[in-house]
Design a protein around this ligand. Structure first.
Ligand SMILES: Cc1cc2nc3c(=O)[nH]c(=O)nc-3n(C[C@H](O)[C@H](O)[C@H](O)COP(=O)(O)OP(=O)(O)OC[C@H]3O[C@@H](n4cnc5c(N)ncnc54)[C@H](O)[C@@H]3O)c2cc1C
Length: 278
């Protein structure tokens, strides 16, 4: 299958973990108050989608699911060079687990059209399950390349290198395909001046912005509301614990050989105490 290709990238807005603003006293996230950012893993997916567009031709659609402020990640994607954005936003999606999220995103992808390549991040920094990409591939009945750290298109097929334990694996897949992109892929390039200018202009012209970024709800994408949100989420969070601040101190030992390093460590009194106590 030769280009141009229809390319899709899934991007999620997550709470900024660098900021403590937005934490409830019990340690859970107050999503309304938390600072927001593009999921760091999705920066690699975005780079992969833009690389496919630049190298092989085509158009990139970025899709996100979240509350209205999630449009910010679509604007950011637009600044980097995607062609259009679609935000699935609906109050009935609140409390969706991965099963419900993957279902809703699958419906949105189908609503947007037919794609040759769908790129996802490896995982998110909030949910952190890495399940959404593979679940969408299953629902779309597509081959999936997970943990992909490099790829090229040859003879209309994807040739990809994926991380496996202790090394890497080279795989070939027919199109269409869903790819989850590892964070050892190339980092996201800087926003283009043209992209940044375009977004600034669109923000001053809301009627034109709506043509490039559309917001849709569950009814528009033909999703069954009972399969979304709390109703469609079999996951039960029984209990959460706050992870305490990491304490302690660290001392660096230097030596020319492992033997010297071990001798240095053995000289340390705290280690001797540890040995004698155990
Ligand atoms: C009981 C329960 C209640 C929850 N309630 C809420 C809630 O109210 N609000 C909330 O925000 N989260 C909630 N979550 C978390 C939510 O279920 C997950 O964040 C969501 O299912 C996605 O899973 P993940 O973050 O682990 O994605 P992963 O599987 O780790 O993500 C992999 C990739 O899939 C794509 N992706 C994942 N999610 C999205 C998205 N929303 N839009 C676009 N692309 C995406 C991205 O490319 C991402 O890199 C809840 C979870 C549970 C278990």
């Amino acid at each position: 299958m030769a280009g141009p290709y229809e390319i899709c990238v899934l991007v999620k807005q997550v709470p900024d973990q660098g900021s403590k603003a937005g934490l409830n006293p019990d340690g859970t996230i107050d999503r309304a108050r938390a600072k927001r950012m593009l999921n760091p893993f999705d920066r690699y997916a975005l780079q992969a989608a833009l690389h496919a567009k630049k190298s092989y031709g085509g158009k990139v659609t970025a899709i996100s699911m979240g509350p209205p402020p999630a449009v910010e990640v679509l604007l950011e994607a637009l600044e980097h060079g995607v062609d259009r954005g679609v935000l699935l936003s609906d109050r009935r999606l609140a409390a969706s687990d991965t099963l419900a999220t993957a279902y809703a995103l699958y419906k949105t992808i189908n609503y947007c059209g037919r794609f040759d390549m769908i790129f996802c991040g490896l995982q998110t920094t909030d949910g952190d399950t890495a399940q959404v990409g593979p679940q969408i591939a299953e629902r779309l009945n597509l081959p999936q390349v997970t943990y992909c750290e490099d790829f090229s298109l040859e003879d209309g097929r994807v040739r990809a290198r994926r991380i496996i334990e202790g090394g890497c694996q080279k795989v070939v897949s027919e199109l269409p395909v869903l790819i989850t992109v590892a964070n050892s892929y190339h980092p996201l390039e800087y926003k283009s001046f043209r992209g940044a200018w375009k977004v600034q202009w669109l923000q001053r012209h809301p009627e034109d912005l709506q043509k490039v970024i559309s917001t849709v709800d569950l009814d528009a994408v033909g999703a069954d509301a009972d399969r979304c949100g709390l109703k469609g989420s079999p996951t039960i969070v029984a209990h959460t614990d706050k992870v305490g601040e990491l304490g302690g101190s660290c001392k660096m030992y230097e030596g020319h050989s492992p033997e010297e390093l071990v001798a240095e460590v053995l000289k340390a009194s705290s280690f001797k105490e540890f040995i004698s106590a155990s």
